[in-house]
Write a protein that binds this ligand. Structure first.
Ligand code: FAD
Length: 580
């Protein structure tokens, strides 16, 4: 294996919406930047986002940033940091216009304004009724954002290392020094010496079996910083999106309900009227997912099975064709259902990690409740926790988050590298990465444990014991099961021992990351003895502000997970009972 060396002032890991926004603004700020991505950039998961991006433009009806802020805070079950939320929602209109000026083809109203539609939990006048806030380009909004940003990166002349898989962060004595990446085409290692690194590696939904997340969403960035002693924040909060296409888990965007689709049980009843009388099917995702599970539990799943119907037949052919072409295609192709004529079978699917690498509002990674930063280390997008989504994210707030905080991260990165020196690299910076690769390429070959089988066991275990409803005993079993899986992982082997395009090797490395994160999520879920947002403990069904209105920080100390806490920033809206 050859080792190559590079030097850039700033390295951005990840080329989704967050990484590309950061890259554009870091380059414009004068930084010499390299973007490293394990996927070819336009294949990043941002490109799969369907529904839209929020901004209180008020193009179709009255709207205000204060309403957007309130909805986001309430949606977060009061765990979101209000300083960050205020910044994000106030910036939203400007961000949408910036994207438009960069070339994003939004849908239009007849008079030519940007078209908007309602999404779950977004309301008029502090909860009165759903409001049209999500700006969209049909059901391909993420695709358009990603293409637009990528074109602008090319225009800025940014250097890309495509299909390079980052294995390790170089961090010593609290100072970031670069990263180590594996070149997928050759099997060579590349040491990137830099003054700063920004992680924008996206989510980690692949710790579960039934998920809307792409195969590549294995939380590599989260695991890399965690292994180097940086804590992870609020990892117990995982969003289940109510409408995953049954039986595959592919996402059916909330825009179907935004456009007028409704959920029905086996009796044809529009059951959300019982759970959220005011905004019904447009309640936030945590509530709707729990409602579906309860309907199924009480025997009202379709044909007694574990799914319900999403009925969009009343929308008619013209609306479905114009506004939801992609999802109509998914339904026809994958399950042979034509949504114009038949209801869509759906079941909650694992969708979004609210937790992540703790950052401040400038995307700087912070390690404690005092806001102490790690010199030169940044994170933005789904892998970060700033925290604008708290315990439950509202639809269309992630695309906003990645562009707002990606951009702020890029600006800050450029300022930081101007005033910083290159800290020296540690001796043998590639040592840990080499050991990981050699372990798999030079194992004894007796094939005791297979990576694919271990991954499937982990995903099933997480789904069963760390899912929508949680209780102490299953969570304890999950932790014991994960510990056993981690031990077996140490014995696992791969078939392909080659150097070129060795996807066996990459999947083995990714599984190591997933196991680490699954354990943090399960331990966090056991630790938090209350129910808040997406984290629902049947043995502690109430929200407990007296004891748990705080962020969790999970740190790896001598191989064990240690918890500490961070206060929530509350500036405008005091916690109240959350009803819809
Ligand atoms: C199906 C689907 C639909 C969605 N719809 C919406 C929506 O309508 N509105 C909304 O607001 N949100 C939506 N979301 C959520 C939103 O799309 C994501 O949270 C967001 O796009 C994440 O962006 P990101 O830039 O953080 O990460 P991603 O876009 O996931 O990009 C991650 C990048 O990191 C790179 N990477 C990862 N690991 C490594 C490594 N080890 N080495 C090098 N590179 C690495 C990848 O190559 C990739 O470029 C949706 C999500 C899904 C799954």
């Amino acid at each position: 294996m050859e080792i190559h060396h590079h030097q850039y002032e700033a390295v951005i890991v990840g080329a989704g919406g967050a990484g590309l926004s950061a890259a554009v603004y870091a380059a414009r700020g004068g930084a010499n930047v390299a973007v490293i991505s394990k996927l070819y950039p336009p294949r990043s998961h941002t490109g799969a986002a369907q529904g839209g991006i929020n901004a209180a433009l008020g193009n179709l009806e009255e709207d205000h940033w204060e309403w957007h802020m309130f909805d986001t805070v309430k949606g977060s079950d009061y765990l979101g940091d209000q300083e960050a939320i205020e910044l994000m929602v106030r910036k939203a209109p400007e961000i949408v216009y910036q994207l438009e000026h960069l070339g994003l083809p939004f849908d239009r109203t007849p008079e030519g304004k940007i078209m908007q539609r309602p999404f779950g939990g977004h309301t008029r006048n502090y909860g009165e009724a759903p409001v049209k806030r999500s700006c969209h380009a049909a059901d391909r909004t993420g695709h358009m954002i990603l293409q637009t940003l990528y074109q602008n990166c090319i225009k800025e002349g940014i250097t890309f290392f495509d299909e390079f898989h980052v294995l390790d962060l170089l961090l010593e004595d609290g100072v970031c020094r670069g990263a180590v990446a594996y070149e997928i085409a050759t099997g060579d290692l590349h040491v990137f010496h830099s003054k700063a690194v920004l992680f924008a590696t996206g989510g980690c939904g692949r710790i579960f079996s039934f998920t809307s997340n792409a195969h590549a969403l294995t939380g590599d960035g989260l695991a890399s910083v965690y292994r180097r002693g940086v804590p992870l924040e609020d990892m117990e909060f995982f969003q289940f999106h109510p409408t995953g296409l049954y039986p595959l888990g592919i996402l059916i965007t909330e825009a179907v309900r935004g456009e007028g689709g409704v959920l029905r049980n086996d009796q044809g009843e529009r059951f959300m009227e019982r759970y959220a009388p005011t905004i019904k099917d447009l309640a936030p995702r945590d509530l709707v997912s729990r409602a579906i599970y309860l309907e199924v539990r009480e025997g009202r799943g379709i044909g007694g099975k574990d799914y319900v119907h999403l009925d969009a037949t009343q929308l008619g052919q013209a609306i479905i064709k114009a506004k939801l072409p992609e999802i109509a295609d998914f339904c026809r192709t994958y399950v042979g259902v034509d949504p114009v004529k038949q209801p869509i079978p759906v079941k909650p699917t694992v969708h979004y990690a609210m937790g992540g690498i703790p950052t401040d509002i400038d995307a700087q990674v912070i390690v404690d409740d005092q806001g102490t930063p790690v010199a030169g280390l940044y994170a933005a997008g789904e892998c970060a926790c700033v925290s604008v989504h708290g315990a439950n994210r509202l639809g269309c707030n992630s695309l906003l988050d990645i562009v707002v905080f990606g951009q702020r991260g890029g600006v800050r990165l450029a300022e930081y590298v101007k005033g910083a020196d290159f800290a020296p690299l540690p001796p043998e910076p590639e040592a840990w990465s080499v050991s990981q690769i050699e372990r798999f390429l030079k194992g004894p070959g007796d094939h005791q444990e297979k990576i694919g089988a271990l991954r499937a066991e982990m995903q099933e275990l997480m789904m069963r014991d760390v899912g929508v409803f949680r209780t102490e005993e299953p969570l304890r079993q999950a932790l014991a099961g994960l510990k056993a899986l981690k031990a077996r992982y140490q014995e696992a082997e791969i078939d392909d021992r080659g150097h070129r395009f060795n996807t066996d090797l990459l999947e083995a490395i990714e599984l190591g990351n997933l196991l680490e994160l699954a354990e943090v999520a399960a331990a966090g879920a056991l630790n938090r003895q209350e129910s808040r947002g997406a984290h629902y403990r049947e043995d502690f069904p109430q929200r407990d502000d007296a004891n748990w209105l705080k962020h969790t920080l999970a740190c790896k100390v001598a191989g064990q997970i240690e918890f500490s806490y961070k206060p929530v920033s509350i500036t405008k809206f005091q916690p109240k009972e959350r009803k819809y």
